[in-house]
Write a protein that binds this ligand. Structure first.
Ligand SMILES: Cc1cc2nc3c(=O)[nH]c(=O)nc-3n(C[C@H](O)[C@H](O)[C@H](O)COP(=O)(O)OP(=O)(O)OC[C@H]3O[C@@H](n4cnc5c(N)ncnc54)[C@H](O)[C@@H]3O)c2cc1C
Length: 306
């Protein structure tokens, strides 16, 4: 119920204005988002890298509907990659890209061309790109574009979502040498016909998919905050003798930072997904909806400013 209310608020321009202009918002946003500008992203990346974490940067954007918006996103990533390299932050920092932000919804060829330019810039900067996965209507298109990008840029990473019924089969396809695959539970509301609906089914699917990836030849990236799945990941790493250069854990910026530090301290590669950009509102509200307990933090921020 609370989740539905928060998700509704995430689509309301009135609530957005209220949240964006409220004096207490800054602390809340800063917990989950590096900031609005590229400089903020570089500063937060430096701090994380100094703490022994790897980073993947996400330029936040919602609803790309024109070629100009898509091109501006491409240019932002290309500029970001150049600055990461200049700051000596690659290869520890890579980028995560949503094809929808590059034009996938109205022109697949344009999205591919833009993604290709970002992959080329990443290669020049000495790092990699991962293609975020969006709702199930885009899965085939995203995997097709991934396959084309990998011809010239084989390190381009894929994301597979354990809640989709098809994902075990996709894991088998992608668990090949050099193939970087992020496994997450999945963040969109999907119909029963394509996705498991209960948390238990999704978790069981995650473990099956993890087994395929960890026993395969690729480079698994286990993206979850779930303590049970992390423990199973640690177990599989021992079982399949995967050291820190052969798989990694990934978590979102601001979520379970102590656990990120613990795993890094134990010698695992841990990558923090670091969002930045002007369009932080939708992202922030989705994080709050995922875990309404985060509203406590919101509440404390409000009270402490009174
Ligand atoms: C690096 C990364 C990249 C992602 N990329 C994508 C993508 O491309 N496409 C996509 O659809 N989704 C993506 N996601 C989102 C993902 O699909 C899930 O929606 C999100 O990660 C929540 O799932 P979870 O595995 O953490 O488990 P959940 O079921 O949300 O949480 C499981 C348990 O984790 C612990 N936990 C979770 N949050 C917190 C918290 N704030 N504080 C303390 N404990 C907590 C709790 O014990 C909770 O019970 C990504 C997630 C990560 C971490």
């Amino acid at each position: 119920m609370l989740r539905t209310v928060i998700l509704a608020a995430s689509r309301s321009p009135q609530v957005e204005r209220l949240v964006a202009t409220a004096p207490f918002t800054r602390d809340l946003v800063r917990r989950f988002v590096a900031g609005a500008k590229t400089d903020d992203a570089l500063r937060a990346t430096r701090e994380l890298v100094d703490d022994g974490l790897a980073v993947t940067l996400d330029n936040l954007g919602e609803d790309t509907v024109t070629p100009e918006q898509a091109t501006a996103t491409r240019d932002e990533y290309v500029g970001l990659l150049r600055r990461l390299a200049e700051a000596g932050l690659t290869p520890a920092a890579e980028v995560s890209v949503k094809l929808s932000a590059l034009g996938q919804m109205f022109d697949e060829q344009l999205a591919y061309d833009n993604a290709r330019a970002i992959c080329a810039a990443a290669e020049e900067a000495g790092t990699t790109v991962t293609l975020d996965m969006e709702d199930h209507t885009t899965t085939d298109s995203t995997l097709d574009i991934l396959a084309k990008l990998r011809k010239d840029h084989p390190s381009t990473g894929a994301v597979l979502q354990a809640y989709l019924r098809r994902t075990e089969s996709d894991c088998r396809e992608l668990a090949t040498a050099g193939s970087r695959v992020r496994l997450c539970k999945g963040a969109y509301k999907e119909p029963e016909s394509v996705a498991y609906q209960s948390a238990r089914e999704v978790d069981k699917s995650y473990v099956r998919c993890m087994n395929i990836l960890m026993s395969g030849d690729g480079y698994p990236m286990l993206a979850t905050h779930d303590p049970r799945l992390i423990a199973i990941g640690e177990d599989r790493a021992r079982w399949f003798d995967r050291g820190p250069e052969r798989f990694e854990f990934q978590m979102l910026y601001g979520i379970r930072p102590e656990e990120q530090a613990r795993l890094a301290g134990e010698g695992y590669t841990v990558r923090t997904y670091l969002p930045y950009g002007e369009d932080w509102y939708g992202y922030l509200m989705r994080r709050l909806a995922e875990r309404p307990a985060n509203l406590m933090f919101f509440g404390r921020a409000v009270l402490s400013k009174k």
